[in-house]
Design a protein around this ligand. Structure first.
Ligand code: NDP
Length: 283
């Protein structure tokens, strides 16, 4: 029976550590600053932004939310980003995705100064991840890595399989695992014999957006399985991409949904903001 990796507990412990790091920064008159840009009224985005705000404020981050009208022009968004780029009190800037159709997400993301691009979605930071340089890396993969470390799961030298190749989860997850010396395979919807591939994994990270798709027969006995997915099943219940009931019987470690990767994604974001503020303190 798998050890359940509790993202809520790990996130609470991380928050305590972060609050102490922020106290230290405050002694140097530095308050980590995070600016979030929310365009329009997407319901899920409102929830994500609220959750981030609550955790950020609780640990002492100076959190500012810029709510923009759904019909706003690209030029106006770029103007705000320029202003935030120049604001010395703002360490990190993020634009909550998705953005309305008239906004070019790539242009907006790349307008953020690479060192303030807290989501790590700009081409500059993607290049740094794969170019093996220091940079800002996306929140979900950061959070997953931290959770694995909290449970003392070996990453170096392990066979890791990441299922899903999105720019926000799959690809950066693979990049971070590679940076940490795993042997990495990326699988996706065109992968043949997926179960044969995933059965090789000591670390199996699943981010496909398919409710309870990964069942026990995809999993190597004893593997650490991380379920990034957030889906609603036929009964309307929030479930992951992994069939928790069957996989729990065979995996060594497993994250639940909810209460696994979700809280750790916010942890990944907050950690990145604090790292940036710590860098500012050394200037
Ligand atoms: P995307 O839809 O952008 O990407 C899904 C990926 O999964 C694609 O690469 C796709 O392959 C692959 N895929 C889809 N179906 C299959 C399949 N049957 N077998 C193998 N691969 C498949 O999703 P995201 O990466 O944005 O998100 C993935 C999941 O994670 C979603 O449920 C999302 O809600 C959740 N999520 C959760 C977060 C959290 O904090 N917990 C944060 C971000 C996302 P292809 O490229 O070939 O189309």
């Amino acid at each position: 029976m798998a050890v359940i990796m509790d993202g809520k507990v790990a996130a609470q412990q991380a928050d305590q550590e972060f609050a102490m790091r922020i106290q230290k920064l405050k002694q140097q008159n530095i308050i980590p600053g995070l600016a979030v840009i929310l365009i329009g009224d997407d319901a899920a985005s409102q929830v994500y932004v609220r959750n981030k705000a609550r955790r950020a404020r609780k640990i002492g981050i100076n959190y500012q939310l810029h709510r923009l009208d759904r019909g706003i022009t690209q030029e106006a968004v770029l103007q705000l980003i320029t202003q935030l780029n120049q604001d010395t009190q703002v360490d990190g800037i993020m634009v909550q995705m998705p953005v309305p159709k008239q906004i070019d997400a790539n242009a907006v993301m790349n307008a953020i100064l690479p060192q303030k691009d807290v989501d790590g979605f700009s081409f500059a930071n993607i290049g740094r991840l794969w170019g093996n340089a220091a940079g800002n890396f996306p929140a979900t993969p950061r959070g997953v890595l931290r959770l694995l470390r909290d449970y003392h799961i070996t990453i170096e030298g392990q066979q890791a399989v990441v299922v899903g190749r999105s720019d926000i989860v799959g690809k950066p997850m693979a990049g971070l695992l590679l940076k940490n010396n795993s042997t990495v395979t990326i699988a996706h919807s065109k992968t043949q014999n997926l179960a044969q591939v995933t059965q090789q994994a000591d670390l199996l990270i699943v981010a496909i957006g398919q409710a309870e798709f990964i069942t026990a027969d995809f999993v190597k006995p004893g593997a650490a399985v991380v379920d990034v997915g957030m889906n609603h099943n036929a009964a309307g219940k929030l479930v992951g991409d992994v069939d928790f009931k069957s996989v729990k019987q065979i995996a060594g470690y497993l994250t639940p949904v909810p209460g696994g990767v979700g809280p750790m994604t916010i942890t990944g974001l907050l950690e990145q903001v604090i790292v940036l503020a710590e860098q500012r303190a050394t200037l």
